[in-house]
Design a binder for this molecule. Structure first.
Ligand SMILES: [Zn+2]
Length: 106
């Protein structure tokens, strides 16, 4: 997996976290899917090819304005929720907690 693929994978995960929390459809909603497909396309067609920097560090504005705003919102929302050695476990844990009701702190 090269770093572009890794970035795509990371973004896919961030979009799905964002969607699950905000749109609650159980799977990626059509808007979020469209956003991901757009971003994936941009990353794959990046003019820097193998030397592609992370989109967030890039000076070239290849995203359309509204798409850039959406991606930035997604990243801002999801990035703090991804810092974990086991991101999937954490997400699962959060889902479990939500469905089983809130526990009282002692
Ligand atoms: Zn969504």
């Amino acid at each position: 997996m090269d770093h572009t693929e890794r970035e795509i994978e990371t973004l896919r995960r961030m979009i799905s976290i964002h969607c699950r929390h905000n749109h609650r459809q159980g799977k990626l909603c059509p808007d979020c899917r469209k956003l991901f497909e757009y971003a994936e396309e941009r990353m794959k067609k990046c003019r820097f090819g193998k030397d592609k920097p992370a989109c967030s560090d890039c000076k070239v504005r290849c995203y359309k304005m509204d798409m850039r705003t959406k991606v930035r919102n997604v990243v801002r929302f999801s990035r703090p929720r991804m810092f974990s050695t086991h991101p999937v476990d954490v997400i699962q844990h959060m889902v479990d907690r939500k469905t089983s009701g809130r526990k009282k702190m002692p």
